[in-house]
Design a protein around this ligand. Structure first.
Ligand code: BMA
Length: 376
């Protein structure tokens, strides 16, 4: 048990004993700044917990943590998890991706089955963790992949040649979100993070082929369609540019406070691109923190990592200094695909011992810590 967490848990317990719970989502969301005023009680509760828990520490997150890892796949080893095998606990937040759901495929672009993702989201929720979902859809105009940068967004907006197709894609997404329910029929809340890294030039919604107006319209249309037309009420909306220089760049395509619940950012340790992570990561997190405070919004380090983790002290010497005491609600590292593309350690990996030190830091919150913090 981590000491700081214990003290906070006791304080939270005492606080909870003295407070009354509001049963209706209406009552909860009336006083809460949230994109969806009709969010389910669990979704509103998640936003409040994210804010509250970020005062104690940051959740550690991993993409596809239950689906596969180095040398294993869920189908053969359900319950296995590289992070668990190193630290003895599951991540506090799980990342998933819905790319290819829009074209009716049974598996996403990384070969993970959508039914499996749904059941793992429900499982993670049941053991107290949080779920965040990104989307690497195909290019709806060319049918190329997510990295096909042909001009696209203007063709899928209202009046565009591929608008009807875009609506069909959103309908598939919306139905999937509505299908993620616990055994007692409650929708599982999801942090939904579409159209990420838009200030980069590698996705079809990115800077190379999308204007400010187009991006903002795409975001707002997507909110209105899922929330208002489809009545999807289990989403928190996260905005997450890639590495940025200043607040102006961060906000250049910001859709507005009424359309965003969580401010995120994606910054990787990429020495091969001359990125000095130890300098830029804390700088970006500091700007994110300022914006979070100004806007009174939850903020998070939505993607990071050092591919293949060649630095054995990366966790405590590169990542931790960037986020320690920063107030980020979570930090999420990308997927463990194979030996040349992994971002979390596995037993025997050279940074595994350092990851344990990172795990033992009172500020890093894993599944057991998050469960404890959220228990009422
Ligand atoms: C990228 C890589 C790709 C993957 C994509 C979506 O960063 O990991 O291999 O397909 O994310 O998960």
């Amino acid at each position: 048990m981590k000491k700081a967490l214990l003290i906070t848990s006791v304080a939270l317990f005492l606080f909870t004993m003295c407070s009354t719970k509001t049963p209706e989502n209406k009552a909860v969301t009336e006083t809460l700044a949230i994109v969806d005023k009709q969010a389910t009680p669990e979704t509103a509760e998640l936003l409040k917990n994210l804010k509250e828990n970020s005062k104690t520490g940051f959740m550690f997150g991993h993409q596809d943590a239950l689906s596969y890892g180095l040398g294993w796949k869920y189908a053969q080893k359900p319950g296995k998890c590289d992070v668990y095998d190193v630290a003895g606990d599951y991540p506090g937040i799980f990342g998933w991706d819905l790319g290819h759901i829009e074209i009716g495929m049974p598996e996403n672009l990384d070969s993970v089955n959508f039914d499996e993702i749904r059941s793992n989201i429900i499982k993670a929720h049941a053991f107290g963790a949080v779920n965040t979902v990104s989307w690497h859809p195909k290019n709806p105009v060319t049918d190329g992949n997510t990295w096909d940068k042909s001009q696209t967004v203007k063709h899928i907006l209202v009046g565009g040649s591929h608008h009807a197709k875009y609506k069909e894609w959103l309908t598939i997404l919306g139905n999937y979100f509505k299908s993620i329910k616990t055994a007692d029929g409650k929708l599982v809340p999801i942090v939904w993070r579409p159209y990420h890294e838009h200030n980069g030039g590698w996705f079809w919604w990115g800077n190379d082929s999308t204007s400010v107006d187009e991006y903002v319209s795409l975001w707002k249309y997507t909110v209105h369609y899922l929330r208002d037309s489809m009545q999807v009420h289990n989403l928190l909306w996260a905005y997450s540019p890639n590495l940025f220089q200043n607040k102006e760049e961060y906000l250049a395509k910001y859709p507005g406070d009424d359309y965003v619940d969580i401010l995120g950012c994606d910054v990787y340790d990429l020495p091969q691109y001359n990125i000095n992570y130890k300098e830029v990561a804390p700088k970006n997190i500091a700007i994110l923190k300022e914006l979070g405070k100004e806007k009174d919004k939850v903020y998070a380090f939505t993607e990071t990592g050092y591919c293949s983790i060649p630095n054995e002290k990366w966790w405590t010497e590169s990542l931790l200094p960037a986020i320690n005491s920063s107030g980020v609600a979570w930090v999420l590292v990308w997927r463990n695909a194979h030996l040349d593309h992994f971002f979390a350690p596995y037993p025997g990996q050279k940074s595994a011992d350092d990851f344990k030190t990172f795990y033992n830091n009172p500020q890093s919150l894993f599944a057991n810590d998050v469960k404890l913090l959220n228990s009422k």
